[in-house]
Write a protein that binds this ligand. Structure first.
Ligand code: TRP
Length: 450
């Protein structure tokens, strides 16, 4: 399958298609796997409160900026930044985003591969209890096995490549239009089930009753802001690229609000799915990244309809992972198609293969290439650190400065759909000062400079 000509910038078929695709990008492993353990480690309810502030005060305005840059320029992340602010080196903003998207794409399929592996395990009738040892030990053994780790990572990447290669409308939009509603149904059912468990009261208290002392710890704030960025999917050119495919009729501030609130709702519902089970079974809510994989299988094994719930849960995670991985691959693919004239199929396969090759050591980082001494950061931790704590805030900072200072104020406000309104003034000041300052602080803390 080769497309002979470079397609004139693709478009979503409808506003709904755009929103579902953007929600698919935003809703990812971050909402389920990352949110639950970051919240657990940072004071529960207090974290959720700070998280909500971060989403509305920083995430929402920045998302409007990314979408506006993309839709105004109607091109890939690099060309878009260069187009709106030609004479300055603003195109580096785009390159930072592309580098970040690629870095996440290197390790995201590794985790997605764990999800696929567990989904397959439960769906194919695998045992609910480990033959020997604990669930946590079984998880460690599963991800340490090189053949398994590599094959499941490759499967996750292949699904991502196949979707992106099929095109913006026929691949990405169609996938998200089918899977995102299914995702919501599964999530609501699972959260309802979670609330019916004995531990629901404690989970609600944990998620919503603020432990005010956590507000005094800078760590809570940094974790909340970092999580908000990752979860919405900011700073990696994804929403610039998706914005480029949005029609002129889409009202960006409203669309951005739907996306950030939808993403937050998913995180909270995921918390209501996971924490009741954690408390009912006396597990540690601050159990770290292994919470979803090592702790929950213990719960599934003890539940009456555990297998059905386990399949639903890992299907939920798989959908979340796939629709996000697709968004990450689309960023470099859009760039290669637009700037190098590659056919979409070749760009998707080539870039997917390159990311997979770079992901091999990451996938092996829990067994063959495990860190020495044990317990020190794995390769996955390191790549995640570079992407989430360095590239992501650096590129978000540049996006804010680009929208606030690099772009002509009138054009920026019009492109954001805010015109001369008061909201436009507030948005522009956020881009010029507040948001860059907040990001700079987060970044310096993340790098250990503060
Ligand atoms: N937002 C996704 C999640 O919550 C991951 C993701 C997709 C992402 N695209 C991104 C993260 C862009 C940062 C930047 O898991």
């Amino acid at each position: 399958m080769t497309s002979s000509a470079v397609p004139a910038s693709p478009q979503w078929s409808s506003r709904r298609g755009f929103l579902l695709a953007a929600l698919g990008a935003a809703v990812g492993l971050g909402n389920i796997w990352r949110f639950s353990y970051v919240a657990g480690e940072n004071g529960g309810g207090a974290f959720v409160l700070v998280y909500l502030c971060a989403v509305l005060l920083v995430g929402w305005p920045l998302l409007i900026a990314e979408l506006a840059i993309g839709r105004h320029a109607r091109s890939d992340a690099v060309s878009a930044c260069a187009a709106i602010a030609p004479r300055r080196p603003w195109c580096w903003t785009g390159w930072l985003g592309v580098a970040g998207a690629f870095a996440i794409l290197v390790y995201y399929p590794v985790v997605a591969g764990w999800v696929a592996q567990y989904l397959w395990h439960y769906a194919s009738g695998g045992p609910m209890l480990p033959e020997t040892g604990t669930h946590a030990e079984r998880f460690d053994a599963n991800i340490a096995d090189p053949a398994r780790a590599l094959s499941w990572t490759a499967i996750a990447m292949a699904a991502t490549v196949a979707t992106v290669a099929a095109g913006v409308q026929r691949g990405i939009e169609r996938l998200c239009t089918v899977l995102m509603p299914l995702f919501m149904i599964l999530l609501v059912l699972l959260a309802g089930y979670g609330l019916s468990l004995d531990g629901a009261d404690r989970a609600l208290a944990f998620l919503f009753a603020p432990d005010w002392s956590a507000l005094g710890r800078p760590r809570t704030w940094l974790a909340a802001i970092g999580q908000a960025f990752f979860s919405i999917g900011l700073g990696m050119g994804v929403l610039v690229t998706y914005g480029a495919y949005a029609g002129a009729g889409v009202r960006l501030p409203q669309a951005a609000l739907v996306i950030v609130l939808g993403d937050t709702l998913v995180s909270l519902l995921a918390g209501l799915t996971i924490f009741p089970a954690v408390f009912t079974h006396g597990l540690d809510p601050a159990g770290g990244p292994a919470l979803a994989f090592a702790a929950l299988p213990e719960v599934f094994a003890a539940m009456p309809a555990g297998r059905v719930i386990a399949i639903a849960f890992f299907l939920l995670l798989a959908i979340a992972a796939l629709t996000s991985a697709v968004s990450l691959l689309e960023v470099p693919v859009a760039l290669a198609v637009a700037r190098m004239g590659w056919p979409r199929s070749r760009a998707s396969t080539g870039i997917g293969a390159l990311a997979l090759a770079c992901g091999i050591p990451v996938a092996l980082g829990f067994g063959l290439l495990a860190p020495d001494p044990a317990g020190s950061p794995t390769l996955l931790d390191r790549v995640d650190h570079i992407a989430s704590d360095l590239l992501l805030p650096a590129s978000s900072l540049c996006v804010a400065l680009l929208a606030g200072w690099g772009w002509r104020a009138g054009t920026a406000r019009a492109a954001a759909g805010l015109g001369d309104s008061r909201a436009g003034t507030i948005w522009l000041s956020a881009m010029r000062a507040v948001v860059p300052l907040v990001i700079a602080i987060v970044m310096m803390r993340g790098l250990g400079w503060l």
